[in-house]
Design a protein around this ligand. Structure first.
Ligand SMILES: [Zn+2]
Length: 355
C-alpha cells in the first residue's frame, strides 16, 4: 500500500495519524478520513476540485492551509470551489493579473498552476478558458515560453481587475451581533457577493437561544477556519451570551475573534466600528460609570462586557502602532471601506503600484 494523497494522488508524508501532501498543498488530513475517501464511504466526486483549491492556496502565501478532521471540512472546501465557467475564468484571470510584473509585460506561469487556478480537468479545458479571456479582450496574447505559459494581460483586463468587477473571489466571514445589525449584515453580504466574493455570516445566538447547541457554534467556527478573512463589525451591542463549557459568558463575536487569532497562522481580522460606538468607548474607557446613549444604554452588565471586548482587541500587540480599526457612519460607507481593505490586503503589490 502506497501512501497517496486522496485529492491529487501525489505522495504524502505521515506524522502521528496525520497525512500531508506536498504536491497539491501543505494541508493535513487524518489518516482514517483518507481511508474513508478511498473506501468510497465518503462521497467525493470532485476530488480534483479540492486538489486545485489546495494548490491555489499554497501559491497564495497569505492564505492558511486547512486541516481535514472530518468529511464536513472537505465539503466546506468543495462548496468554495468555483463551478460556473465565468467563476472559473475569474479565478484564472486573478492568477494572471497577480503574476503580471507590469503593464505590457507577460505573466509567465506553469501550465499546472493555470490548470489549478481555472479548476480545469485538463490542458484542453484550461486553453479553452484562456481563449475566452482573449476573445473578450482581457488578454492580448498567450502561448508557450520556456516551459511555461506567457500571458499578456490587456489594459482592459487590468482596468476590470482594479475596479473589482472581475477576477476576485475571497471567502469573507462576517462576524457581528445579528439582532441589531440585521439589515446592515445583509446589505454588506449582498454587496460583497456582487463583487464576486463568498460571504459567510456568523451564527446568531438569539436564533438558537431556545435550544442552544454546541453544534451551531462549532459549525460557525469551522466556516470561519475555511474563510480567507474575518470582517468584525462592532456596534452598540455586545451580543447574546454563549452558555456552554469554556465559552461561558462570551458572545459569539467575541469567541469568533479569539478563535481567528488562535489559529496557526492566525486568520486575518479587519475591525470596523461605528463612529458613535467609538465615541462612547472613549467615555467608558476613562469612566466605566459614564452615562452613554449608544452602547448598551440599558444593560450595565453587557456594557461592561462590551468595553472589556474592545479593550482586549485594542490591546493586541499588532494593534499597538497602526490604526487597527476603521470607522464607519452607516452601512452605505461601510461597504466601500470593507471592499477597499480586502483589495489592498490581498493584492498588496498591485495596491502599491497603483498608489
Ligand atoms: Zn495532493
Amino acid at each position: 500500500m502506497q501512501n497517496k494523497c486522496p485529492f491529487c494522488l501525489g505522495e504524502v508524508s505521515e506524522e502521528s495519524g496525520w497525512l500531508k501532501c506536498k504536491s497539491c498543498g501543505s494541508f493535513k488530513i487524518l489518516w482514517h478520513l483518507r481511508q474513508q475517501i478511498e473506501d468510497g464511504e465518503l462521497f467525493l466526486e470532485n476530488r480534483h476540485l479540492v486538489s486545485c483549491w489546495l494548490r491555489n492556496h499554497k501559491l497564495e502565501k497569505s492564505r492558511a492551509a486547512p486541516n481535514f478532521r472530518s468529511s464536513e471540512d472537505v465539503q466546506v472546501i468543495i462548496s468554495q470551489c468555483p463551478t460556473l465557467p465565468r467563476e472559473r475564468v475569474a479565478s484564472l484571470f486573478r492568477c494572471l493579473v497577480t503574476a503580471t510584473p507590469e503593464l505590457g509585460r507577460s505573466a509567465k506561469v506553469p501550465m499546472a498552476d493555470l490548470i489549478a487556478a481555472s479548476y480545469s480537468k485538463s490542458e484542453i479545458e484550461c486553453n479553452y478558458l484562456l481563449n475566452w479571456l482573449k476573445k473578450d479582450e482581457y488578454l492580448d496574447n498567450y502561448g508557450p515560453s520556456d516551459g511555461k505559459i506567457a500571458c499578456l494581460v490587456a489594459p482592459k483586463g487590468i482596468d476590470a481587475f482594479y475596479s473589482q468587477s472581475f477576477g476576485h473571489r475571497l471567502t469573507v466571514f462576517v462576524s457581528s451581533t445579528c439582532f441589531d445589525l440585521l439589515d446592515l449584515r445583509f446589505e454588506l453580504a449582498a454587496f460583497l457577493e456582487s463583487k464576486g466574493h463568498n460571504v459567510k455570516l456568523s451564527d446568531d445566538p438569539e436564533r438558537f437561544a431556545v435550544d442552544p447547541t454546541d453544534d451551531s457554534i462549532e459549525t460557525c467556527l469551522r466556516n470561519l477556519e475555511a474563510s480567507d478573512v474575518v470582517v468584525c463589525i462592532i456596534d452598540r451591542r455586545y451580543g447574546g451570551l454563549l452558555t456552554s463549557g469554556n465559552r461561558d459568558g462570551k458572545s459569539a463575536t467575541h469567541l469568533e475573534v479569539l478563535h481567528a487569532r488562535s489559529l496557526a497562522p492566525p486568520k486575518p481580522v479587519f475591525y470596523f466600528m461605528r463612529e458613535r460606538a467609538w465615541h462612547d468607548y472613549g467615555l467608558l474607557r476613562d469612566n466605566p460609570e459614564a452615562s452613554v446613549r449608544w452602547v448598551e444604554p440599558k444593560n450595565p452588565d453587557s456594557r461592561s462586557r462590551w468595553v472589556t471586548f474592545v479593550n482586549d482587541i485594542s490591546a493586541l500587540p499588532e494593534h499597538s502602532r497602526s490604526n487597527w480599526v476603521t470607522f464607519f457612519k452607516a452601512s452605505t460607507d461601510l461597504k466601500g471601506l470593507v471592499s477597499k481593505q480586502l483589495f489592498d490586503f490581498f493584492n498588496p503589490r498591485i495596491a502599491a503600484n497603483s498608489g
